[in-house]
Every structure is written in C-alpha cells, then in structure tokens.
Design a protein around this ligand. Structure first.
Ligand code: SF4
Length: 469
C-alpha cells in the first residue's frame, strides 16, 4: 500500500508535494520520494524513512519547478531498499511516474519489455508500468498518450492508480490513469489560481488548500495543465471493484471517496455490527474502541445498543502503525508501547472491544491480554469487517492463507484463540449491504475481480516472503 500525489502549476511544487505526502504518511512509512520537472529536465530525491526524516529545506530547494510527483511507500513485494522508492524516471521519452497498487503479472511484462530490448532494474511495480507506458508513447499528442495507456491496460494486470509528468503537445502535463477496476483510490482537484493536483486520498488536497473535483475515472486517462480544463479519455470500459478494506482500515476517516466520507462508511459498518451483535442475544456494559481506526464504528455500535462509549485505551501518538511494521515480534512489543489501558473504564465490566479487522490475529490476542490485566468481567470482541480468509493480491499485505488466523483456525476456536469470551465479526452480507459502491471484497469472500493465475500467486507469495513484509 502506498500513497501518491501529483501537482502542476504550483509555485515550489516540491514543498507542496512534501506537505501532501505528510497528509498521506499513514499509507506508507518505509520510504518516500519527490521528483520535479523543469523545462523537460527531472530532479528526483528519494530515500528510506518518513517524510519528515527524509526531506529538509535543502533537499526541497534542490527540486525546482512547478510540477511534482511525490510518493510514500509501504512495500508489499520486495525488501525495503532505496532503489525501489518512487517516483521513477525514464529519459526517452521523459516520464516521471509514481503509483499505488500491485501488479500481478510482472514476469510477463518483463518478458514483453525484454523482447523490445528494455530491462526492468528494480523490484518496484511502477517501473514496468512506466516502461510499458514510455514504450507506447510514440509522440506527444493526446492520442499518443491514450495509445500508451491502452498498452498499459493491455499488458499490466492488477490494481494500479498512476500519476506522471510528461510532455504532451509541447507542454509539461500531469497525466493520471487508473486501471478499469478502480480498486485503488485516486482523486483530483484544483486550487483558486488554476493549479491541479491528483492524489491517493482527498486529505492530501485538503492539506494543500485544493478543492476536490472528483475521482480519477477507472479505465481512463486524464490530462491536467494549469488554467485549462481537464481532458479525459475513456480507454477501457470501467468495471469498478473498489477496495472495501481501504474504507475499513487503510484510508483516513476524513478522506472523501466515491462512496462518501470514510468516517460515514465506518459509522454505517458499526451500526450494522451493533444490530448483528444484538441479534446474537449478547449484551454488555461499555463499548471501547481500539484507537484510532475503530472509533466511528464503536460510537455507532454504542448508539445502536444504547450503551456508553468510552475511550479505554490511550494511544501513544509517537509510535507507528503496528500493521505496517515488518515482523510479528516487532508488532507485539510495539503494541504495549502504543496502547495503554485505563483500568477504571473496564474493571469489573462487560466490555465490547471494537476493532476494524483481524488479519494475523496476533495484535488482537495481545490487546485482549492488555484488557484482561485490568480485570473486566467479560470481554466481547466485535469486529466491523468479516473474517479475512483470503490473501490480497491488489496491494494490501495479506501474503498467504496460512498466515490468516480466520483461515487457519476453525470458527469454534476463535474466542479461545483470541483470549476473549465471544467474537462477533460483521457478516459478509452485512458488509455487502452497507457498501455503497461496486466493491472488491475478495479477502473476505474469496471472489477475486481481477484474474490472478496459480503461477502469479506463487510468485507474489515468494516475493513477499523474501522481502519479509
Ligand atoms: S482483496 Fe481485500 S484488501 Fe485486497 S483489494 Fe480486495 S477488498 Fe481490498
């Protein structure tokens, strides 16, 4: 999972990109980068680490120009090395590009490129996308850009939203395209002086004072230039399957997506979870969220059940997200540092502990141990998504079935495995009924909208294991 931003027509675009990337930092903490273009010449700075660690006044000053592409990286494939950080640049023709997503057929694309004498040099998915795009770009007219994106859609399978700067009709142009399924998000907007921006989430536009205009249409290519209306061409028919896990866990609650504010989606899921919890004949004394993602759903659940909502954990805001950390051991010791329980909220009570999702099960088990330390009467785990039983091949790190606790452990043993009295997952039907958009929910229901062959699955899993992410 990653985050990108693209800007054009902005004074000191690198500084703007840096601000936008800070708003997207939750999407990746492993590496970041910014590239700018001036008179056809690209300047790129990227390194391992978070935005505030990597960029200084000096590095921003070394990136001149009014157009920029920025990226924060969380690797789902390969080890976290500097060479794989984005954006990527190719000289002939000049293309600077970053993306969010996951390509499922890299070996085939590499073979296609090799037949044309082109070599992929990194482990980063955007490089083959960029090279296919650059190879297809046979001129600088809009028609040529459409042809190049058509080549990408023909050759590249998986989920991807891309932002690039290249010359079109003699002018530097911000180009954005999104695969026909629209799995990964992407929005665009403008400011009051005619500059344009594209980004993974609307919060990046908010940080820059840009107004969000809409989403980057799936299956389309979009051209943006200062003080001009966007030019959009539908290259493939869109068959949208937007990632529901973005709404449940990954995106910021203040982000606006095609189906509305993420906060509202989580609220609706919490309401439904409350109804399903009550239908099981369960009751409790207090509803406690696992901060921060679960807060809207826990509030909605508490309202639905007529129970008090209480913050039972204080979060150390200076520690990272546990899901994003590299291995289970680091994640476990980091959790105690990150969340400290308030005994008076839970002691002697029947507690509903609300979490967003259960993937490996290690975090929830440790959380239950933390709650047990303050001696509640009962602990009821309520999760506002269904059990994750299938890996994701479209950009979220759920590498293999044998690491997914809900796939590995029979349902009758979930409560004992997690160390709680009962477990209530939102039903698949409940999630489907709440979703306001045609969605991918393959990690929950196993119905993959984009074909992934047996060989591709094996290659992706092997790469992830090698990368240790
Ligand atoms: S499989 Fe799950 S995490 Fe992956 S894109 Fe689909 S909904 Fe999102």
């Amino acid at each position: 999972m990653c985050g990108f931003v693209g800007l054009i027509g902005v004074e000191n675009a690198a500084a703007g990109a840096m601000m936008a990337l800070q708003a997207l930092q939750h999407r990746g903490q492993d590496a970041c980068g910014i590239g700018t273009v001036t008179r056809g010449r690209a300047h790129v700075f990227k390194d391992l680490g978070m935005v505030s660690q990597v960029f200084t006044m000096g590095t921003i000053a070394s990136l001149p120009g009014q157009s920029a592409i920025g990226h924060v990286r969380y690797p789902t494939v390969g080890a976290g090395v500097r060479e794989d950080a984005q954006p990527f640049h190719t000289r002939r023709p000049g293309v600077l590009m970053a993306h969010n997503g996951n390509v499922t057929n890299v070996p085939q694309i590499e073979a296609w490129l090799a037949r044309r004498g082109i070599r992929v040099q990194s482990n980063c998915d955007v490089e083959p996308i960029m090279l296919v795009f650059a190879e297809g770009l046979r001129g600088t007219a809009f028609e040529n850009v459409k042809d190049a994106v058509r080549d990408v859609f023909d050759q590249v399978r998986g989920a991807y939203t891309c932002a690039a700067i290249t010359e079109v009709e003699g002018e530097d142009t911000l180009v954005a395209f999104r695969d026909p399924h629209g799995v990964r998000p992407g929005v665009y907007g403008r400011n009051s002086v005619g500059a344009w921006a594209v980004a993974s989430e609307s919060v990046a536009l908010d940080a820059l004072g840009f107004e969000m205009i809409g989403e980057i249409p799936p299956g389309s290519v979009m051209l943006l230039r200062p003080n001009q209306a966007p030019r959009v061409a539908q290259v493939r028919t869109a068959v949208t399957h937007r990632c529901l896990f973005e709404r449940i866990y990954f995106a910021r609650p203040d982000s606006l997506m095609e189906d509305g504010r993420v906060f509202q989606v989580r609220w609706d899921l919490g309401q439904r979870l409350g109804e399903e919890f009550r239908a099981k004949g369960l009751t409790a004394d207090v509803v406690v969220p696992v901060p921060d993602t679960s807060r809207p759903a826990a509030q909605a659940m508490a309202e639905t059940l007529g129970l008090p909502f209480r913050e039972g954990f204080i979060k150390n805001r200076y520690s990272g997200r546990t899901f994003i950390m590299p291995d289970a051991r680091t994640r476990q010791s980091a959790l105690r540092l990150k969340l400290n329980p308030i005994p008076e909220i839970m002691e002697g009570k029947r507690v509903i502990l609300v979490d967003d999702s259960v993937v490996r099960g290690t975090t929830v088990k440790r959380l239950a141990e933390l709650v047990r330390e303050v001696k509640p009467k009962e602990v009821h785990l309520a999760v506002f998504s269904p059990p994750v039983k299938n890996p994701c091949f479209y950009g979220i790190d759920m590498p293999s079935k044998d690491e997914l606790v809900a796939a590995r452990v029979p349902e009758a043993e979930w409560a004992r495995t997690f160390g709680v009295d009962t477990v209530t997952f939102l039903s698949v039907e409940g999630l489907r009924a709440t979703a306001k958009t045609p969605a991918c929910m393959a990690c929950f229901d196993g119905k993959y909208p984009i074909e992934v062959s047996h060989d591709e699955v094996a290659a992706i899993v092997a790469d992830r294991r090698g990368g240790g992410t």
